[in-house]
Design a protein around this ligand. Structure first.
Ligand SMILES: NC(=O)c1ccc[n+]([C@@H]2O[C@H](COP(=O)([O-])OP(=O)(O)OC[C@H]3O[C@@H](n4cnc5c(N)ncnc54)[C@H](O)[C@@H]3O)[C@@H](O)[C@H]2O)c1
Length: 267
């Protein structure tokens, strides 16, 4: 992709959860576009570059988010964009008739954890960065949703609900911030190449909630019945859209969430 076409060089962009998976792919692509990238994650990633700054951040903590924004402005003078990518997924059943109150039945703890990381953090970072974008009358917020948030997903009801909440943020903040020339857009990936999220315990939990074996679950990753394009998505296919949305090339697009899911439309 031509660096000039996107014209992102010299911009300062915060990516949350940039040390692994999709976030790491976004960080790598933005670094290649000569963006000043700030990776806000609990742990630092393996990828290093001179225009990449790691700020250890728990995005569920208001104090940590405030410190992240202060440090970024102190170092780069401003912020041009935010990618709310950090997220977790704990598959759980609403009711497990085989093992009531077993390890895969939904608990308040699992509910609160998913809502803290996937929803509360997005409010905290978007407000802290949004104050700067509103003041300068320019900027973009990209929210990482999920195809599960658009369609619902067996065994992932709370995860789906958190992403549905994100879609509500995207639509509402686009309406609130449009007058300040700040755009808010969402991206909803489907089944992607393996990331840090797809751990063996995640696959075991999801297979259990769908009454399948892990092997049967894995077979679905490439099935045209699940995904019309018949393959998992490349992480770079999400990163490319993030770059486009952060650039002036998408200057009339706001308030929408785009499915990057190979045609998948069922959970
Ligand atoms: N992988 C998929 O198939 C898929 C599909 C749809 C949507 N998504 C979404 O994409 C995003 C990235 O997912 P991924 O698959 O790359 O996951 P991942 O586990 O590989 O990466 C998530 C990153 O977020 C960080 N993180 C978690 N909690 C944090 C916190 N409190 N503060 C700061 N950082 C924190 C982790 O340390 C990790 O580096 C998530 O929002 C996820 O819901 C992923």
């Amino acid at each position: 992709m031509s660096e000039n076409w996107l014209d992102l060089a010299g911009k300062t962009i915060i990516v949350t959860g940039g040390s692994s998976g999709i976030g790491n792919a976004i960080v790598e692509e933005l670094v290649a576009q000569n963006v000043n990238v700030i990776n806000a994650d609990l742990k630092s990633g393996e990828f290093k570059a001179k225009n990449l700054t790691f700020v250890q951040t728990d995005v569920t903590s208001p104090q940590a988010v405030e410190a992240l924004v202060e440090q970024t402005v102190a170092k780069f003078g401003t912020i041009d964009g935010l990618v709310n990518n950090a997220g977790i997924n704990l598959p759980r059943l609403l009711v497990d008739d085989k093992q009531p109150k077993g390890q895969y039945e939904l608990t308040e703890t699992a509910f609160n954890k998913m809502f803290a990381v996937n929803v509360k953090s997005v409010f905290l970072t978007s407000q802290a960065v949004g104050r700067i974008l509103v003041h300068k009358h320019e900027g973009v917020i990209v929210n990482m949703s999920s195809e599960a948030g658009l369609e619902g997903s067996q065994g992932q009801s709370v995860y789906s609900a958190t992403k549905g909440a994100i879609n509500g943020f995207t639509r509402s903040w686009a309406k609130e911030l449009g007058e300040y020339n700040v755009r808010v857009v969402g991206i909803a990936p489907g089944i992607m190449e393996a990331t840090g999220l797809r751990t063996p315990s995640y696959e075991e939990a999801l297979a259990y909630t769908r009454h399948k074996t892990v092997e049967q679950l894995r077979a679905g990753y490439k099935s045209t019945t699940t995904t019309p394009l018949g393959r998992s998505g490349h992480l770079s296919e999400v990163a490319d859209l993030v770059c486009y949305y952060l650039s002036g090339r998408s200057s009339y697009i706001t308030g929408v969430t785009t499915n990057v899911a190979g045609g998948k439309s069922r959970g």
